[in-house]
Design a protein around this ligand. Structure first.
Ligand SMILES: NC(=O)c1ccc[n+]([C@@H]2O[C@H](COP(=O)([O-])OP(=O)(O)OC[C@H]3O[C@@H](n4cnc5c(N)ncnc54)[C@H](OP(=O)(O)O)[C@@H]3O)[C@@H](O)[C@H]2O)c1
Length: 337
C-alpha cells in the first residue's frame, strides 16, 4: 500500500524560528492505546520554542534527548480519524482536544495534519467551542488546574521533592497572578475567580481591560509599579513568569501563604521557614480527565480562552516570531485547513 503523506513542520537543527520547515512526511500510525487525530488547530506553548532552541535554558540533567528531525507541538484540537483496536470510547469523527504525551517525548508532534494521541490524553472538544480555541486550552489550562485545583497524579516533579498541594481557594483568599495576560496566567485568574478568590492581576499596560473583563478585582501594571512594593498579606502568588526573580514576591505573602512559581527558580528553605511561607511548583502532565473538566467550564462560559493570534500551519515560523516579541495576550494558535 502506498504510504499516506501529510504536511508537517519539522526541525532538522536547533535554532531560531527559521529552522521550522514546512515539509511532506508520512502520516504516523496509531500504536496500542492511541488514536489518529486529523489536526484542525495547534496551540503553541513555551516548550515549543525551548525544543526548537535545543533547550539551552534547561539544566542538562532535565534536558530530554532528542533525535532530529522532529515535529514539535503538544496541544491539539481535531477529529478522530482512526482508533487502535484496544481503545474503547472513541469513534472516527469524534471531535477531541488534548495535550499529548507531555512531559514525555515524541518525534511526531502536533505541528502536522495528523498526529497520534494516547487516548488517555484526550478530552471531548466542547461543541460550542471552535477548534482554534479548543487547541489553545490544554497546556495552559492544565498547568493552571494542576497548580491551583488538583495535581491529579503522583509523579515526582523534577524540580522539587515534596508533592505540590494546591491551597484551598475561596471567598476569603486573595490570589496575586503575575503574568496574568499570558496563556497560563489568564486561565489561572479565571480558575481562582471560579473558586471565589479575590484576584490581583499583574501584567503590562496593554492587558488592563482584558484582565478586568476576565474578572480581575485589581490590576497592577508592572511597568509602572513593582507589585512586590505595593502588595502585602496575600494568601497565594501564582507567578506565571517564574524563574530567578520569583523570590521577590515573598514579602507580599502573609504568614502561612504560598508562592507557586511556574518556572523553576532559586529559593532559600531557611528564608521560607522564617517567613512561614511555602514555595511549591509542579510540572504539568497530560491528563484527559482534567482537560474534560476544563472543557465543561469552557462550554458553560465559566472560563474562556483568549486567542492572541492565529497563523496557518505553513506559517509556523511567523507564529514563533510573534511569540518571541512577547506580551502575548492569551494564546497563539496554528490552524490546519
Ligand atoms: N511548570 C509547568 O509545568 C509549566 C507549564 C506551562 C508553562 N510553564 C512556564 O510558565 C511560563 C509562562 O507560560 P505561558 O504559556 O503562560 O507564557 P506566555 O503566554 O508567553 O505568557 C507570559 C506572560 O508573562 C507576561 N510577562 C512577561 N514579563 C513579565 C513580568 N516581568 N512581569 C509580569 N508579567 C510578565 C507577558 O506579557 P506582558 O509582559 O505584556 O504582561 C505574557 O503575557 C513559561 O516560563 C513556561 O515555560 C510551566
Amino acid at each position: 500500500m502506498p504510504t499516506r503523506m501529510m504536511k508537517a513542520i519539522r526541525l532538522h537543527e536547533f535554532g531560531g524560528p527559521e529552522v521550522l520547515r514546512h515539509e511532506e512526511v508520512a502520516v504516523p500510525e496509531p500504536a496500542s492505546g492511541e488514536v489518529l487525530v486529523r489536526v484542525r488547530a495547534v496551540g503553541l506553548n513555551p516548550p515549543d520554542w525551548y525544543v526548537r532552541e535545543g533547550m539551552p535554558g534547561v539544566p542538562p540533567e532535565f534536558r530530554p534527548p532528542f533525535d532530529l528531525p522532529l515535529i514539535p507541538g503538544t496541544d491539539v484540537s481535531g477529529v478522530v480519524e482512526a482508533v487502535a483496536a484496544d481503545v474503547p470510547g472513541f469513534t472516527a469523527g469524534d471531535e477531541v482536544m488534548g495535550m499529548l504525551r507531555f512531559p514525555g517525548l515524541t518525534q511526531s508532534g502536533a505541528y502536522a495534519e495528523y498526529v497520534t494521541a494516547p487516548a488517555a490524553d484526550l478530552a471531548p472538544k466542547p461543541a460550542a467551542v471552535d477548534h482554534t480555541h479548543a487547541a489553545a486550552l490544554p497546556m495552559s489550562g492544565l498547568t493552571a488546574w494542576q497548580y491551583l485545583i488538583d495535581v491529579g497524579h503522583d509523579h515526582p516533579s523534577p524540580f522539587q521533592e515534596a508533592r505540590h498541594r494546591p491551597v484551598a481557594l475561596g471567598g476569603d483568599t486573595t490570589v496575586l497572578v503575575n503574568g496574568a495576560g499570558g496563556g497560563v496566567g489568564h486561565l489561572a485568574l479565571q480558575l481562582a475567580k471560579w473558586k471565589g478568590a479575590h484576584v490581583i492581576a499583574v501584567a503590562s499596560g496593554a492587558h488592563e481591560t482584558f484582565l478586568h473583563g476576565l474578572g480581575a478585582d485589581e490590576y497592577i501594571d508592572y511597568t509602572e509599579q513593582r507589585p512586590e512594593d505595593v502588595v502585602r498579606d496575600v494568601d497565594l502568588v501564582l507567578d506565571a513568569v517564574g524563574g530567578p526573580r520569583s523570590r521577590r514576591f515573598l514579602p507580599a505573602l502573609k504568614r502561612g501563604g504560598a508562592l507557586y512559581p511556574v518556572y523553576f527558580g532559586e529559593f532559600d528553605d531557611e528564608e521560607n521557614a522564617r517567613l512561614g511561607v511555602t514555595v511549591s511548583g509542579t510540572q504539568v502532565r497530560a491528563n484527559g480527565a482534567q482537560l474534560a473538566e476544563l472543557g465543561r467550564l469552557m462550554e458553560a462560559g465559566t472560563i474562556r480562552v483568549a486567542v492572541d493570534s492565529a497563523f496557518a500551519l505553513a506559517d509556523a515560523r511567523a507564529a514563533h516570531e510573534r511569540a518571541a516579541r512577547g506580551h502575548i495576550q492569551g494564546k497563539i494558535v496554528l490552524t490546519v485547513p
